[in-house]
Design a protein around this ligand. Structure first.
Ligand SMILES: NC(=O)c1ccc[n+]([C@@H]2O[C@H](COP(=O)([O-])OP(=O)(O)OC[C@H]3O[C@@H](n4cnc5c(N)ncnc54)[C@H](O)[C@@H]3O)[C@@H](O)[C@H]2O)c1
Length: 250
């Protein structure tokens, strides 16, 4: 089946991390030219080395929290290569586990600047070019914390992801008439560096509540991102898909 991805330019942020590298892998496997974007240069090189079509990929070291740097990077890609038709925003940072009444302003802003502002910066600059082209697919990686609130004293992280969900829906309404689809994924607990320091107690607690009885793998999210980037989701926009083994129902 043709997924409608072959030959398209795709941008994936957070591609040096667990979920983003899986998404980059699936898009590359299906014929997209993938720009792997991350702030972590060695993570980018690791991700690049695992791709099946390395001639269809390029890495860009970029801090998505910086508005003008994002603009310059996107403009450069468009002038060198063409307009991206797929954008997946997977870059993100987890907050320190801190009760809200002890949370410092700098820590709140640090999380917002990457998870929410960074996602906005990418959508802002890429959608301008997609709108000119008259088509595009944007996929934002949110979190179950953004849907249901945090259970781990991460109100700042949850708020940033709630913002991503709301941004997804608003952008979908605005950009739909311009041929641009905007959807999101709310992962549950996924085995990546981000949860490496999660306490055993919290892990066990999640395990008891997940109907599918396992922690997720990055590929569980990667496959759904591929679906949302492809022609298979041609009549979907503004949707947030929970990829969480069913825990959101607990
Ligand atoms: N792992 C989970 O359980 C889980 C659950 C829900 C949502 N998520 C979300 O999934 C996404 C991917 O996370 P992951 O689990 O793969 O974690 P990860 O830490 O493996 O990957 C995150 C990547 O984002 C990059 N990044 C951080 N700040 C950046 C910046 N300013 N500019 C560019 N890149 C930056 C990191 O370098 C890293 O490579 C994140 O948005 C995260 O919030 C993860």
């Amino acid at each position: 089946m043709d997924l409608g991805i072959t030959g398209k330019i795709a941008l994936v942020t957070g591609a040096g991390g667990g979920i983003g590298s899986s998404i980059a892998k699936y898009l590359n496997e299906n014929g997209a030219f993938v720009y792997l974007i991350d702030i972590n240069e060695s993570g980018l090189q690791d991700a690049l080395s695992t791709l099946s079509h390395q001639n269809l990929a390029k890495t860009i070291c970029l801090n998505i929290a910086h508005y003008s740097e994002v603009k310059n990077a996107i403009d450069q890609i468009v002038s060198d290569h063409g307009t991206p038709e797929i954008l997946v925003n997977a870059a993100g940072v987890a907050g320190l586990n801190t009760p809200i009444f002890e949370l410092k302003e700098e820590e709140f802003n640090r999380i917002m600047s990457v998870n929410l502002n960074g996602t906005f910066n990418m959508i802002r600059h890429v959608s301008a070019h997609m709108a000119e082209l008259g088509r595009g697919k944007i996929v934002n990686i949110a979190s179950m914390a953004g849907v249901a609130g945090s259970n781990l004293f991460q109100s700042h992280y949850a708020a940033s992801k709630g913002g991503v969900i709301s941004l997804t829906r608003s952008a979908a309404k605005e950009l739909g008439p311009k041929g641009i689809h905007v959807n999101g994924i709310a992962p549950g607990v996924i085995e990546t560096q981000m949860i490496a320091e999660m306490k055993e107690e919290a892990r066990e607690d999640y395990m008891k509540k997940i109907p599918l009885q396992r922690i997720g793998y990055p590929d569980d999210v990667g496959k759904v991102a591929l679906f949302l980037s492809s022609d298979l989701s041609v009549y979907m926009t503004g949707q947030i898909i929970n990829v969480d083994g069913g825990i959101i129902m607990a």
